[in-house]
Design a protein around this ligand. Structure first.
Ligand SMILES: Nc1nc2c(c(=O)[nH]1)N[C@H]1C(S)=C(S)[C@@H](COP(=O)(O)OP(=O)(O)OC[C@H]3O[C@@H](n4cnc5c(=O)[nH]c(N)nc54)[C@H](O)[C@@H]3O)O[C@H]1N2
Ligand SMILES: Nc1nc2c(c(=O)[nH]1)N[C@H]1C(S)=C(S)[C@@H](COP(=O)(O)OP(=O)(O)OC[C@H]3O[C@@H](n4cnc5c(=O)[nH]c(N)nc54)[C@H](O)[C@@H]3O)O[C@H]1N2
Ligand code: SF4
Ligand SMILES: [Mo]
Length: 724
């Protein structure tokens, strides 16, 4: 059979690797490989991306939309008929309970889907429902709190390519391919890192685990889980007390230096050592090494965001770079000003701005919308309560798009109760996930390679002005639609508008995807049709710019010492803690270990775990532990344990790793299913989010639950002997 080759990009994760795809005459995807001609990726792919044909054509792929019948089983239903029925249900629910009863949760896959996020948001605005939730608020919402309190430098931070020293806090891009804001690039990360080390880049890593990045770093601070605020306060103290900061920059553009100096004064290197487990000399060395460089940024990942006080950690991520003046100055070249959503680059501060408490209020825990890039989102950690709590504003219908709440939301037991309480659950998923299995309707979506998409999320992450707009390459060959079309279908039937940045979407006749994208990206510097016509990803050199002077009379300043952060630091300093060396589980601590989050190279959260090539890499999410901890329990790699938090317990299969400090368990989330499936832990792993308590250990601004550094005990479990 003859094959046609198309250029496209992978959307299994947000790295968007450029690929070539071979498709047969029926439109079926046969093979993929890295596009070696691509100027950014140079042919890089990972094991997940290379499974795209299997993922797309897999027998478990949903090939029809499904409806739950009165007997409780699913039956196939034409998608347009499902949308008719869902729209009728929505009309009834809105008439009874008002629009706030209708919620959306957009999971990780929504960020790889260029029309979905904006159209879903617009649809919510159109029906006047604030119940709009995404995985960002259970991921790294502290980033947005920190930016709001610290302000932003309009011209941005130094690029990775121009850096001589970087600080990496709980972020492992060599596996996660995730690191915006000047960290190790998401694109072909291992090669980028190797090349940068060759040219002399100095790297400091803060992580309880000796990660892939830490192995090749100049300095690895193996912090105790959750003690990043203390360690970073100690590093800031050294920078300020030794006068290593950029005084000229701070005098001109920064407020709060003295407030911060006072607030970190008590975080001496010796205090940091006893509390965070990092030798005092290393605290000093890290500060001198970072401040001694001339260019480079600080990046932070999920671990510290999920541990307590993520807002303080993310504040230091910004403040340490600011103190050292690591920003682009007037006249500097901006290697990539952004093509699709360009922002002006001026040598001036955008002063702190409000980002919470100003929009819709949550009904629980005093929470509110968080503004992410100017757009309000309700906190996902509170959604289960918004479904369960009766009264005005109770959520009764949920659209779950490319997400898997049963294994990803904090507090699995509550998530399951909430899902059972819903009047209507509509999932869009490529297979019957742990969550989709519980839905009233499952809509069969087109998968990545079957969609036209443009690289919105990564627009500003590249070190060159690069854009890639792919056409739909494969054809599902069955009745499948895109997620934005589900929202459009609702608006069409309900007669409600979908306002977007570039104007309202017509809701009478369905617009083309390009028309949608034009309204999502009205400010693109290069015409979208031109990017769409270009074969593969392209560099648009004509849009390079230099940093412009500040606006006349502009007096905006960044704030490195916001009063709230300083108050938090005083509170942190007053906390009791288990001194390093004493070990957890002593001094009144009733938990012997801290369970921390991590990513595994071969799977993306709960996606892909069932594919043959992936299962060869492992069929469970191992509990990685220090060999001495295993010895103390009298167990070895491959043995079963039960891990118990204050809240619940999960089974796990242990694996020895000398990369992890004693007292720590490192385990990936989003494996497994409900407790009913626990006996299959070796075949499907277990959901660590069951251990998470959403309602006691939460962040008061974002509602973020303690999803890392979770206090747990661990018990060896003797397994029944297998049948003879
Ligand atoms: N304890 C703990 N909890 C965590 C985390 C942690 O580290 N520890 N991490 C948090 C983070 S960072 C995140 S982002 C969330 C993730 O939270 P979610 O996004 O809710 O979870 P995923 O497992 O990524 O769910 C993705 C779903 O999309 C489906 N899917 C795959 N491809 C497609 C497609 O093309 N279209 C559609 N419609 N669906 C598709 C998959 O089958 C899967 O069911 O979890 C958070 N929860
Ligand atoms: N292969 C693969 N890639 C992925 C994903 C995946 O599941 N698999 N998931 C994607 C998603 S949704 C996201 S949000 C990104 C996340 O991208 P990253 O944030 O880079 O994710 P991780 O690789 O888990 O790195 C987080 C690090 O934090 C460390 N850590 C845990 N707790 C603490 C702590 O208290 N303090 C400090 N300092 N460190 C701590 C962990 O040891 C880990 O090395 O990755 C994305 N990419
Ligand atoms: S890193 Fe892997 S999964 Fe992510 S886009 Fe690239 S090939 Fe796809
Ligand atoms: Mo995430």
């Amino acid at each position: 059979m003859s094959l046609t080759t198309h250029k496209t990009y992978c959307r299994i994760c947000h790295a968007y690797c450029a690929m070539e795809a071979d498709v047969d005459s029926d439109g079926r995807l046969v093979a993929v490989r890295g596009d070696t001609s691509d100027p950014v990726y140079g042919g890089y792919t990972c094991i997940k991306g290379r499974q795209m044909p299997d993922l797309t054509n897999h027998p478990e792929r949903l090939r029809s939309s499904l409806k739950r019948t009165s007997s409780g089983d699913f039956e196939e239903i034409p998608t347009e008929q499902a949308l008719d029925e869902i729209a009728d249900r929505l009309k009834g629910l809105i008439a009874e309970s008002g629009p706030r009863a209708i919620a959306s949760y957009l999971g990780t896959h929504s960020f790889q889907n260029s029309a979905q996020l904006a159209v879903a948001r617009g649809w919510h605005t159109g029906i006047e429902s604030p119940s709009f939730y995404t995985s960002v608020t259970i991921d790294q919402p502290a980033k947005f709190v920190a930016m709001a309190r610290h302000g932003l430098w309009s011209a941005g931070g130094h690029s990775f390519e121009s850096a001589d020293t970087i600080l990496v806090v709980g972020n492992n891009p060599l596996v996660s391919a995730f690191s915006p804001y000047g960290g190790i690039p998401s694109f072909s990360p291992s090669k980028s890192y190797r090349d940068a080390k060759k040219r002399g880049l100095k790297v400091i890593v803060i992580d309880p685990r000796r990660t892939e990045v830490a192995r090749r770093a100049d300095l690895h601070l193996a912090v105790k889980p959750g003690e990043d605020p203390t360690l970073l306060a100690g590093i800031a103290r050294v920078i300020l007390s030794e006068g290593l900061h950029d005084e000229a920059f701070c005098n001109a553009h920064v407020d709060g230096v003295d407030r911060l100096r006072d607030a970190v004064e008590a975080f001496t290197p010796e205090y940091v050592e006893s509390r965070a487990g990092v030798p005092a000399a290393q605290v000093v060395e890290a500060a001198r090494l970072f401040a001694g460089g001339t260019r480079g940024g600080v990046s932070c990942g999920t671990g510290p965001n999920m541990a307590p006080r993520g807002n303080v950690t993310e504040h230091f991520v910004l403040a340490i770079a600011t103190l050292c003046g690591r920003v682009n100055r007037e006249g500097d070249a901006v290697p990539n000003p952004g093509i699709l959503s360009p922002t002006p680059r001026k040598a001036q501060a955008i002063p702190p701005f409000p980002a919470w408490g100003i929009g819709a209020q949550s009904r629980v825990r005093g929470l509110s919308e968080i503004f992410i890039g100017g757009v309000g989102e309700m906190p996902t950690a509170a959604l289960a309560d918004e479904i369960l709590m009766p009264g005005d504003g109770q959520v009764r219908a949920l659209f779950c798009m490319g997400g898997n709440p049963v294994v990803a939301w904090p507090n699995q037991e509550k998530a399951l109760r909430a899902i059972a309480e819903l009047d209507l659950l509509v999932c869009a998923d490529i297979r019957l996930s742990a969550t989709a299995k519980l839905a009233d309707y499952v809509i069969a979506p087109k998968i990545h390679i079957e969609r036209e998409d443009v690289n919105i999320l990564t627009d500003s992450w590249y070190s060159m002005p690069y854009a890639h707009y792919t056409q739909a390459v494969a054809d599902p060959g069955f009745d499948a639609i895109e997620e934005w079309e589900i929202y459009w279908g609702m608006a069409h039937r309900l007669g409600t508008p979908i306002p977007l940045a570039g104007g309202e979407l017509p809701v009478d006749a369905k617009p083309s995807k390009l028309d949608v994208m034009r309204r999502v990206l009205p400010r693109s510097r290069v015409d979208l049709a031109e990017i769409r016509e270009a074969p593969g990803g392209q560099v648009y050199d004509d849009v390079a710019i230099t940093v412009q002077p500040a606006d006349p009379g502009n007096e905006g300043k960044l704030d490195v010492g916001p009063v709230d952060v300083c108050n938090d630091l005083h509170e942190i300093r007053a906390e009791t803690f288990t001194p390093d060396g004493a070990g957890y589980g002593e001094d009144g601590d009733s938990f012997s270990h801290r369970l921390i989050s991590r990513r595994l190279r071969h799977v993306y959260n709960s996606s892909g775990q069932y594919l043959d090539a992936i299962r060869k890499e492992g069929t469970t999410n191992p509990a990685f532990m220090n060999p001495e901890d295993l010895d103390a329990l009298g167990i070895a790699t491959g043995d079963l344990v039960e891990i118990r938090s204050e809240h619940a317990s999960v089974p796990a299969v242990v694996e020895a790793s000398d990369e992890i400090r004693r007292g720590v368990i490192s385990m990936a989330h989003a494996w497994g299913d409900t407790p009913n499936e626990d006996a299959k832990v070796r075949e499907m792993g277990a959901a660590t989010n069951r251990l998470v308590d959403d309602a006691t250990d939460y962040d008061p601004i974002t509602g973020m639950a303690r999803q890392s550094a979770i206090p747990v005990n661990v018990f060896a479990v003797a397994e029944a002997a297998p049948p003879a």
